[in-house]
Design a protein around this ligand. Structure first.
Ligand SMILES: C[S@@+](CC[C@H](N)C(=O)[O-])C[C@H]1O[C@@H](n2cnc3c(N)ncnc32)[C@H](O)[C@@H]1O
Length: 233
């Protein structure tokens, strides 16, 4: 007959095992519901958000990036991830760049397409961390823009997301990431971000950080400021 203490230790290991499993499932479910929460937030406010984001111009938000842009004569391909109102995609398209604009919130994507009906923009329903639809295009990008999006990627998904972005970057291509500093808005599915983390991920995936800068919030929110990070693949 099995001694009592071994029955107890077997029961304890089972409890521990189920504890790990339920903890894992809780984390996975929270992560995906967090992402969905963020996307739904934008969907429910699509026209207000589009109007708000288009109130500031590309140059007001991304003036720092101008000197780094690939010359339009080389027909560069731009990927705008989390393109929101389409303000940035439209800016590039108007200057002759070809743009793939990825936006997972369908109402916001429709609003952006309506506001900026440019033949130079391909609108895609896709999202980080996988960017599966972009991957299926089988193309590499000369410039990848992540403007105010990284805080929507849960920490546990960030190395997958960065790896995917790195694979989509053409050799010598640039990735511009703007990071929202300040208290994350949890109702909108946001998480804390840092320049340090981006430096770490760039190092991990063999990319170089070329530039880091800081700016106040273009929409005038005192509790929010921005870090701009430029990564070269
Ligand atoms: C703060 S807005 C920024 C929009 C635009 N890039 C800009 O700078 O105005 C964040 C955008 O990221 C999108 N988003 C949220 N989660 C995402 C994800 N996992 N992958 C890609 N985009 C996401 C939202 O739908 C929203 O359009």
């Amino acid at each position: 007959m099995e001694p009592r203490h071994s029955k107890i230790s077997r029961a304890a290991s089972s409890i521990e095992f189920f504890g790990y499993v339920s903890d894992f499932l809780r984390k996975v479910c929270c992560m995906s519901s967090d992402v969905e929460l963020g996307i739904r937030w934008y969907d429910e406010r699509a026209s207000d958000i589009a109007e708000q984001y288009c109130r500031v111009g590309f140059a007001d938000v991304h003036g720092w990036l101008m000197e780094w842009l690939p010359p339009v004569e080389s027909s560069p391909l731009v990927l705008d991830v989390g393109s929101g109102s389409g303000r940035d995609a439209a800016w590039f398209a108007e200057r002759g760049y070809r743009v793939v604009a990825v936006e997972p919130a369908s109402a916001l994507r429709d609003e952006a397409r309506r506001l900026h009906p440019s033949p130079c923009i391909t609108w895609l329903d896709d999202k980080l961390p996988e960017l599966g639809a972009v991957g299926e295009m089988g193309t590499a990008f000369d410039l990848i823009l992540l403007s105010a999006v990284w805080m929507h990627v849960p920490k546990a998904q960030r190395s997958t997301a960065f790896r995917r972005l790195r694979l989509l970057l053409s050799p010598g291509g640039l990735m511009a990431v703007t990071l929202r500093l300040g208290p994350p808005d949890v109702e909108r599915g946001m998480h804390a971000v840092s320049v340090q983390e981006i430096r770490f991920l760039a190092g991990l995936f063999g990319a170089d950080v070329e530039h880091v800068g800081y700016s106040p919030d273009a929409l005038g929110r005192s509790e929010v400021s921005w870090a701009e990070v430029l990564i070269r693949g």
